[in-house]
Design a protein around this ligand. Structure first.
Ligand SMILES: *[C@@H]1O[C@H](CO)[C@@H](O)[C@H](O)[C@H]1NC(C)=O
Ligand SMILES: *[C@@H]1O[C@H](CO)[C@@H](O)[C@H](O)[C@H]1NC(C)=O
Ligand SMILES: *[C@@H]1O[C@H](CO)[C@@H](O)[C@H](O)[C@H]1NC(C)=O
Ligand SMILES: *[C@@H]1O[C@H](CO)[C@@H](O)[C@H](O)[C@H]1NC(C)=O
Ligand SMILES: *[C@@H]1O[C@H](CO)[C@@H](O)[C@H](O)[C@H]1NC(C)=O
Ligand SMILES: *[C@@H]1O[C@H](CO)[C@@H](O)[C@H](O)[C@H]1NC(C)=O
Length: 375
């Protein structure tokens, strides 16, 4: 092979392995420990579901079709943000806690699709209909972590600093609280009252992880509730002034904006209180608005950004509460890689890849994860 060809081949190989080479081989992290909801669940809910929740649509194609080719319990067509982060750090996909017999030495995922920040007993006490009605909240996930900790530390060599090389990921949390509360016939005004409690829960969770030895924690903000097809469908209004320039409901986005501003203040306080812990503030909210602003920049089709890819009912949102993704007669759009909205509540793999890129390299994480990953 002549030298120019060799150089080209090398460039190609470097580009191909960019994720792994830019950080993986030189990353301080040897494990990822994750808490959250369907934005991070890699299989817990579907394992729980047998036999508690029969008929769960996450168990069916086209969920996971793009990358895995078979259902994995991920609430998207392929990989999640967490999967792209694991790949970039040269680590395996984070195994779900409920996958008994898994090897958790390179990480464990406590996230459960549908998990709220507030717990089941509390929400039901407030007369909310909670779906799914299981104990999978942030509080429950932290209890599981506590239970598993001795065995995780055994993997790490039984020292007091057993999480010195672990990347913790907290969140997002909040979307399911808002979904449960809004679907229980509460107004956005009535829902805003719960925001400080949700932020307290997340902040207490982060402190608890620090007390257990966490040194590096990604804290994710909440998604713009006013931009998701089921909420746009349920709260549809003839009044144009209720929508922003992205086509999202302003009132729905007040929840996310309020939570995220309180959460940012808490992160500042936590950084001050625990100067030896690195807290990374990561965003779901701003990238979603960026996708809606400049779809082509992210390879998305601008005429379908608010249309559910795997849904039914046609424009403007292609969302039907009685025809959810995963049901036999509900089909995915022809090219999910150009779509933003997957099943109404969740984004496509394309969108998650772009968000993960923003968390790893900026601008959607402060500081970017690869900066922290350098040993
Ligand atoms: C778990 O995986 C690690 C590598 O990630 C390996 O070193 C270890 O031997 C495995 N443990 C078991 C019990 O398989
Ligand atoms: C439920 O949440 C409340 C308030 O956050 C907390 O005090 C309580 O311990 C939790 N209970 C359970 C069973 O999770
Ligand atoms: C829940 O509903 C019951 C029965 O309608 C009512 O007595 C109770 O006050 C309600 N609780 C809250 C917190 O709204
Ligand atoms: C959830 O946890 C609470 C408190 O531990 C318990 O009373 C309740 O029965 C549990 N609910 C379910 C559905 O497991
Ligand atoms: C929903 O809330 C409104 C106003 O608070 C009330 O009038 C209505 O009866 C409620 N509907 C249901 C199904 O609970
Ligand atoms: C974008 O979506 C519209 C509507 O589904 C379709 O007609 C068009 O061909 C798509 N554009 C591209 C570039 O695929």
């Amino acid at each position: 092979m002549s030298p120019p060809h060799a150089a080209l081949l090398l460039l190609f190989i470097l580009a191909y392995f960019r994720g792994a080479y830019s950080s993986g081989s030189r990353s301080r992290f040897t494990s990822i420990i994750s808490f959250g909801d369907s934005f991070a669940d890699t299989g817990n809910l579907v394992m729980w579901a047998d036999p508690v929740l029969p008929g769960l649509v996450l168990k069916n194609l086209p969920y996971s079709e793009t990358f895995f080719g078979h259902p994995t319990g991920r609430a998207t067509d392929g990989r999640l943000v967490l999967d792209f982060i694991a790949e970039a750090l040269g680590l395996p996909f984070v195994p779900p806690y409920l996958a008994k017999g898994s090897n958790f030495s390179a990480g464990v995922n406590f996230a459960v699709a549908g998990a709220p920040a507030l717990n089941l007993t509390y929400l039901q006490g407030q007369n909310m209909t909670v779906n799914p009605p299981i104990n999978s909240s942030l509080h429950d996930q932290l209890e599981w972590f506590q239970k598993l900790k001795p065995s995780l530390c055994k993997c790490a060599g039984q020292n007091t600093d057993c999480f010195a090389r672990s990347l913790f990921v907290m969140g997002e949390f909040g979307s399911n609280d808002y979904r449960n509360i809004l679907m229980s016939n509460r107004t956005v005004e009535q829902t805003l009252v719960y925001v400080p409690q949700i932020v307290d829960g997340i902040s207490r969770g982060v402190e608890r992880l620090i007390q257990q030895g966490a040194k590096y924690i990604v804290v994710a903000d909440v998604f713009p509730t006013g931009c998701i097809p089921p909420i746009l469908t349920m709260l549809a209004s003839p009044n144009k002034v209720e929508y922003d320039r992205h086509g999202c409901l302003k009132s729905g986005n007040r929840l996310g904006r309020y939570q995220n501003s309180l959460l940012r203040q808490r992160i500042k306080l936590l950084r001050h209180k625990y100067p030896h812990t690195k807290i990374i503030a990561a965003e779901y909210y701003r990238p979603v608005l960026a996708f809606l602003d400049m779809p082509a920049h992210f390879g998305l089709n601008s005429s379908t950004t608010l249309l559910t890819c795997c849904g039914a009912g046609g424009p403007p949102y292609n969302y039907d509460f009685n025809a959810g993704c995963g049901l036999p007669r509900v089909k995915a759009c022809i090219d999910p890689s150009q779509a933003l909205q997957w099943d109404g509540f969740h984004l496509t793999e394309s969108a998650y890849r772009a968000i993960a890129d923003g968390w790893l390299h900026g601008p959607y994480a402060d500081p970017p994860i690869v900066h922290v990953a350098r040993p």
